[in-house]
Design a protein around this ligand. Structure first.
Ligand SMILES: C[S@@+](CC[C@H](N)C(=O)[O-])C[C@H]1O[C@@H](n2cnc3c(N)ncnc32)[C@H](O)[C@@H]1O
Length: 209
């Protein structure tokens, strides 16, 4: 059995009655994630805090019954975690790599999640074919590149909700032209606590399509 970080106290409160599913996904990611190239070996020590809770912190930011796209889901971060935490939300996981899509589909099926759709594509290939109330992404690219990939997927008046690191304000400055071109309104940077005292930064902005 693979050993990984013990469940932080904050997890149960963050997932509520969905905690067993979150435990199941975390255990499965710990067991298969390294072999499938989804996470590095050293990440097992921070699997809950750095990946699962860091993703789950976005759950309260999703609108009720929203149609959400997660661009570049990879192992399912934050998309699968959000689908677990928010069963009212319909989540499309947009991921171009076949092996990652296979993993996302098999986890969706194994956990019996009915609110997940896996879309094997680059975000740009989905432009003009679908529109979402909110679009999420984590660790995919700097805003300058990420905004042109994600903003065209947002329905008029919808939101970008992007997990970002400490350099988010520099990224916003560098993305000024892209933000204007894609009609992204003035962004706010939320500083959220994922329960471990570390700050998780989220870029949130309305898109006028
Ligand atoms: C560094 S991984 C991050 C995965 C996950 N979001 C996480 O936080 O662990 C970046 C992911 O973005 C995907 N990706 C890269 N370019 C993309 C694009 N244009 N559209 C959608 N996904 C893309 C990659 O295949 C990869 O799975």
């Amino acid at each position: 059995m693979t050993t990984y970080e013990a469940e932080p106290a904050a997890a149960a409160a963050m997932f509520g009655d969905r905690i067993e599913l979150a435990r199941s996904y975390t255990a499965s990611l710990a067991e298969h994630g390294e072999t499938l190239g989804l996470i590095g070996p050293r990440e097992l020590d921070q699997l809950w805090s750095r990946h699962i809770l860091n993703s789950a912190v976005m759950a309260p930011l999703l609108q009720s019954d929203a149609l959400v796209a997660d661009v570049g889901s990879g192992a399912g971060l934050p998309g699968l975690v959000l689908a677990i935490a928010r069963p009212d939300v319909s989540m499309a996981l947009i991921e171009p790599m076949e092996r990652r899509c296979d993993w996302l589909r098999s986890e969706t099926e194994r956990m019996g999640l009915t609110n997940v759709e896996v879309v094997r594509a680059r975000a740009e290939e989905v432009h003009g074919t679908r529109a979402f109330h909110q679009v999420t992404a984590r660790a995919v690219s700097a805003l300058r590149t990420l905004v042109p990939w994600t903003a065209p997927l947002v329905a008029d008046g919808g939101e970008l909700v992007l997990l970002k690191g400490a350099r988010v304000h520099d990224e916003i400055a560098a993305a000024e032209k892209a933000l204007r071109k894609h009609k992204v309104g003035t962004p706010e940077v939320l500083e959220l606590d994922a329960g471990d005292g570390d700050v998780t930064r989220v870029f949130r902005a309305v898109v006028r399509g």
